[in-house]
Every structure is written in structure tokens, then in C-alpha cells.
Design a protein around this ligand. Structure first.
Ligand code: NCD
Length: 305
């Protein structure tokens, strides 16, 4: 059982909870392998509300719900819903909770996940709230690192290239800051450094945080977590245009570095396709873990695992 009803921030994913979740994720992965589908949630309905574009997150939640034999209801694209008519998020959630047993929502507004979770009578999962947090992605990322490196502590980690606006970077750095001995280096353009509040929070947990323009991955880095510049979140488009192709991992950057390369995807300009064939490029494997990770979360939040 998880000690919370809803998941809105990766701060909730403490090392003890991660240990429990990893056991269930392994069980879900084994059941996909052996049976394809299991009937843990055949009496449940999952609501999937996606008011911002999504491929992986939405499809892996759908696949997870299908593999658990849950029913689903959907709302996609704010313009197809009553938001367009001016309905509030609060009213929307009051309605959706009557149609489902758990709500998964992606929304462009930072903080919308907390509002929805506070209102909802049924468990709520944040699938991305603006540039703020993406805790289920952080769990996928942590699971991937654990599988590949065998630990989540004492890691020398690079985050790039838009630490200001990438909710995936925010959530993973918050999750990993709860483990001892990790060191973070945030790389990318000056304008896209993490904000002071996040840095203060990470440092307060005892994590060493450095800022650099670029680094050599061959200099003893264990993990590079890169994400595209978040084009849709730029107030000043010029900053996006100036930097979009400047920060990109190439094959020589990555080959024989021993550094694991992760990316929540979609990949735009941040990694050359020639990197894909290298064995330390694990971003597609990482994306495949989305299904067992989200199965575990759905089942545990519904008290069925
Ligand atoms: C991320 C997101 O939506 O924040 N994608 C994802 O969920 N896998 C990263 C991104 O869009 O850049």
C-alpha cells in the first residue's frame, strides 16, 4: 500500500516507497511477459484526461490500464471538452470522479495537479502539469537507472538542456536528491538553468549541484539525462531559436564514455540518431518501462497490489 492517495510530485517517491514500487513493477513486467494481461482492475475505470500533447505517457497509461483489464474513459485536447465553454478544472474533476475510480491528468497549467488532487475523491495521478512536475516519468527514469546501474545513490549525473522548463528534469532531480551521494551538473544555455528555488531545494537535501555550459561525458559521468528544449514554454522565442541546435549529443560525445544516456522523449535536436546504436543509449528501453511502471502505480493506488 502507498501512504498517499494521489501522486502529484516526485517528492512523494521516497527511497522506501521506490523499493516497494520496484518490486511491484518487476511483478508487472513478469506478468506482461508470461500472460500479457491480468485481471487486477477488471472492476475499475481509469479516466485519462490529456489536455496537452502526449504520445508515450498517454499510450503507456492506456496500455497499462488495458493489461490490467480496467475500463477507460477519455478526454483529450482542451478544445474538445467543456473547458472551451469556460468550465473550471474543479468542476471537471467533480464530474470525472463520478465516472471513474482513478484520474490521470496532463494539463498545461503549473499547479493544476495539486488543485485536482485536492478536490478529487478518487485517487489522482499527475501526468505532467505545465513546466512543473512529471512524477510518473521520474519513476520510469529511476527504474531504468536502477536496472542499468544497480543503484540510485552515489551517481554523477548530468541534466540538460532545458533545466528551467523541463518537468521531467525537475521530477527526476527531486527524486534522486533523496538518495545520498549523488552529484548533479546542469548543462545548457545560461537562460535555461534551473531556477533558484529548485536549486535551493536540491541543495537543502544535501545534493551537490553544479552549473556548466557543456561537459565531457568521458570525465566520469554515470548518467546523462537530456530533454529537448521545451519549445511550447518559451516566452521569448529568440532564446529557443538561438539554442535549439547548439546543445546536442553526438556519437563521439557518448561512445566509450561509460555514461548512460536517458531521454524522456520525444527526441528533437538533443541527441543525434547515430547515438541510438550505442549500448549506453537506453532511451527506447526507458520508454518501454512506461507500461509496467504505470501498471504498478494504477494497481497500488487502487489498493490492488
Ligand atoms: C516529456 C513531457 O511531456 O514532459 N515527455 C514524456 O512524457 N515522455 C518530455 C517532453 O515533452 O519533452
Amino acid at each position: 500500500m502507498l501512504p498517499f492517495k494521489s501522486l502529484t510530485s516526485s517528492k512523494q517517491l521516497t527511497p522506501e516507497i521506490i523499493d516497494q514500487l520496484f518490486v511491484v513493477i518487476d511483478q508487472m513486467a513478469a506478468s506482461i511477459e508470461s500472460k500479457g494481461r491480468i485481471d487486477l482492475l477488471d472492476d475499475k475505470v481509469v479516466a485519462l484526461l490529456f489536455f496537452e500533447p502526449s504520445s508515450r505517457t498517454m499510450m503507456s497509461f492506456q496500455s497499462a490500464a488495458q493489461r490490467l483489464k480496467a475500463g477507460m474513459v477519455f478526454a483529450q485536447n482542451a478544445s474538445n471538452t467543456s473547458f472551451e465553454k469556460g468550465e473550471s478544472l474543479e468542476d471537471l474533476i467533480r464530474m470525472v470522479e463520478a465516472y471513474s475510480d482513478i484520474i490521470v491528468m496532463r494539463h498545461a497549467q503549473q499547479g493544476s495537479a495539486d488543485i485536482a488532487a485536492n478536490i478529487s475523491k478518487v485517487p489522482f495521478i499527475n501526468a505532467g502539469d505545465g513546466g512543473n512536475e512529471h512524477p510518473t516519468q521520474a519513476l520510469i527514469d529511476a527504474y531504468t537507472i536502477h536496472k542499468e546501474k544497480g543503484r540510485l545513490d552515489s551517481l554523477n549525473i548530468v541534466f540538460g538542456f532545458d533545466s528551467l522548463q523541463s518537468r521531467s528534469i525537475h521530477s527526476l532531480s527531486r527524486l534522486l536528491s533523496q538518495y545520498v551521494g549523488n552529484r548533479f551538473t546542469f548543462i545548457g544555455p545560461k537562460e535555461l538553468e534551473p531556477n533558484e528555488q529548485l536549486l535551493a531545494e536540491l541543495r537543502a537535501s544535501g545534493t551537490e549541484c553544479l552549473i556548466a555550459d557543456q561537459v565531457q561525458l568521458h570525465d566520469g559521468y554515470d548518467v546523462a539525462y537530456v530533454n529537448r528544449l521545451q519549445e511550447e514554454r518559451f516566452e521569448n522565442r529568440e532564446i529557443f531559436e538561438e539554442n535549439r541546435r547548439k546543445y546536442r549529443l553526438t556519437k563521439p560525445d557518448v561512445e566509450n564514455s561509460g555514461c548512460l544516456i536517458l531521454d524522456p522523449l520525444p527526441r528533437i535536436d538533443e541527441i543525434c540518431t547515430e547515438v541510438d546504436e550505442l549500448e549506453n543509449a537506453v532511451y527506447f528501453k526507458q520508454a518501454s518501462y512506461g507500461v509496467p511502471v504505470r501498471m504498478a502505480l494504477l494497481a497500488m493506488l487502487l489498493g490492488k497490489a
